[in-house]
Design a protein around this ligand. Structure first.
Ligand SMILES: Cc1cc2nc3c(=O)[nH]c(=O)nc-3n(C[C@H](O)[C@H](O)[C@H](O)COP(=O)(O)OP(=O)(O)OC[C@H]3O[C@@H](n4cnc5c(N)ncnc54)[C@H](O)[C@@H]3O)c2cc1C
Length: 496
């Protein structure tokens, strides 16, 4: 009896280990090498999430042709750092929030400044320093529109934050449309096919409010008016919320921190091509040869997975995809030019219709849609590690489509000195109905910046980075049940 039990145990041991070996043979090997092209917030967060998903053994290279951070950038002026690119983060941008926490950085809440709206001749609206007077002014000029906007934005954010629950439960999407549909069904996807103006009209905002407040918000955030798509327009209006924040010491510390946390290797070079190298070995059908140019010449490396984390625009991430059948078609959409000018200056109060006011009472001036206005916005800037100075001489940031001339600067400022200019190809020119580029360019090539065709923002890139990490993982291991699932909100309720 004792003997037969021992034999049985031995046999079951053999069977189990045999089964385990068979399962191991069936499961794909993990990828050896992953390339990420671009070290902006998209690429660096992709590296971070890829490491989280694929584990410690995979080798991750991140290619960057310029500075880590990309459009998240600072400039130094008089010993202080100022944000020249992406600045403002919404309190419900949960990936950015958790990066800051994980990386041990500090968030600083941005002060709520008094703003004015300039129409080319005068200020059509401006705030006072008294809270109660502001409420009365807003009611007087725009009825309940400001309150309607607060509720509308809260509603948008409430819907939007569903993505974090899906991602926390490991779900991913193979197209940007599927991701947006999971967030808010045809209501959200429909926003890509209408202008923000139409969306605001449909929601009952007055035309005066759209022109005086809607247009300036779009011009500040995207240097475009209210003809941009409703989704990016909604993202833009979330910038009117309170509790907006930035990272102490500069937002691009997040990118540098994520690279370190991902234990990824930064390769300073320009990726020029990605070539298909079909392979019949193992589970992969393709490997990809990434060719890049550095100071020392041209080199190539092989990868199992490639994440493109830069816009595939000829003027930005100009990458050739060669040897693919069918060929990889990259839609090159035009990008909006934007110039950031940072100056130390004393504002010309009379230009905005103020007489003898000192210090200048407003910290932000936004503009309506008038082709005679040569700037989109003028905002008082605080260094990434200091608080606002209430003096006449302040640091100002001007967004404009063209580089400002001396004459234009002299119109805005009584006097100015130290000046720093940064030219950007800032974000797509939005023009609904929008067509989203694919995320999956080939079996193992993912286009993170597809999401920018819906809306460009740091958090959008981080959401897309997490999606690409999950998607590539599930596609690699054949976990179809984690891709493009419908009714996730209902499903997650029942899984709880
Ligand atoms: C002036 C300005 C203000 C903004 N304000 C805000 C804001 O307040 N809040 C907000 O959330 N968003 C803001 N944005 C938008 C935000 O900056 C972007 O949506 C976000 O930073 C995009 O990040 P990304 O990593 O996807 O792309 P990028 O930051 O563009 O990163 C791509 C990187 O890839 C590199 N690269 C490109 N091609 C190659 C190649 N062939 N080989 C190697 N490297 C390559 C580039 O040099 C770049 O560093 C602003 C943008 C601008 C320009």
């Amino acid at each position: 009896m004792q003997l037969s039990r021992a034999v049985l145990l031995l046999l079951s041991g053999f069977i189990l280990s045999g089964l385990r070996a068979a399962v191991a043979r069936l499961l794909p090997e993990p990828p050896n090498r992953i390339a990420v092209v671009g070290a902006g917030i998209g690429g660096t967060s992709a590296a971070y999430f890829l490491r989280e998903k694929f584990g410690k053994d995979v080798h991750i290279d991140v290619f960057e042709k310029e500075e880590v951070g990309g459009r998240v950038a600072t400039t130094e002026m008089m010993g202080n750092l100022y944000e020249t690119g992406a600045y403002v983060i919404h309190p419900l941008n949960l990936h950015m929030k958790s990066f800051v926490k994980e990386l041990g950085l500090t968030a600083r809440t941005l002060p709520e400044d008094n703003f004015g709206i300039y129409n080319g001749d005068y200020l059509v609206f401006h705030e006072s320093e008294w809270f109660l007077i502001n409420i009365l002014k807003k009611l007087w000029h725009y009825g309940l529109n400001f309150f309607r906007m607060n509720m509308w934005v809260d509603n948008v954010m409430d819907t939007f934050t569903r993505i974090y629950r899906y991602q926390a439960s490991d779900y991913s999407f193979s197209t940007t449309e599927a991701l947006l549909h999971a967030i808010g069904g045809s209501d959200v996807v429909g926003k890509l096919n209408m202008t923000i103006e139409e969306d605001m009209q449909k929601s009952g905002f007055s035309q005066r409010f759209i022109e005086d407040i809607g247009i300036p918000a779009m011009r500040y955030n995207y240097a475009q008016g209210v003809k941009i798509n409703g989704f990016v327009g909604a993202v833009s209006l979330t910038g009117t919320s309170s509790g907006l924040w930035a990272v102490e010491g500069g937002n691009n510390q997040v990118c540098r921190g994520l690279l370190r946390a991902a234990d990824a290797q930064l390769i300073q070079g320009t990726v020029t091509s990605v070539q298909d190298r079909p392979t019949k070995s193992g589970f992969t059908e393709s490997q990809y040869e990434v060719t890049y140019a550095t100071d020392k010449g041209t080199e190539s490396k092989m990868y199992d997975i490639v994440v493109i984390a830069t816009p595939l625009n000829k003027e930005i991430g100009n990458i050739d995809f060669t040897g693919f059948s069918p060929p990889i078609e990259t839609v090159c959409r035009p990008f909006q030019r934007l110039v950031t000018t940072i100056v130390l200056g004393q504002i010309n109060a009379s230009f905005f219709g103020f007489q003898n006011t000192s210090p200048f009472p407003l910290s932000e001036i936004f503009t309506t849609d008038n082709h005679n206005i040569f700037f989109c916005s003028l905002t008082s800037l605080y260094s990434s590690n200091s608080s606002p100075e209430a003096s006449d001489l302040r640091i100002w940031k001007i967004f404009s489509v063209e580089t400002l001339t001396d004459e234009e600067l002299h119109q805005l400022f009584v006097s100015y000195s130290d000046i720093s200019v940064k030219r950007w190809l800032a974000y797509p020119q939005y023009n609904p109905p929008e067509k989203m580029p694919p995320i999956v360019l080939h079996r193992g090539i993912y286009y993170l910046n597809s999401i920018e065709s819906a809306a460009s923002a740091m958090e959008m890139s981080a959401i897309s980075a997490k999606n690409v990490a999950l998607l590539s993982y599930h596609q690699w291991y054949g976990k179809e049940e984690k891709i493009n699932q419908l009714d996730l909100a209902e499903r997650l309720k029942s899984e709880l």
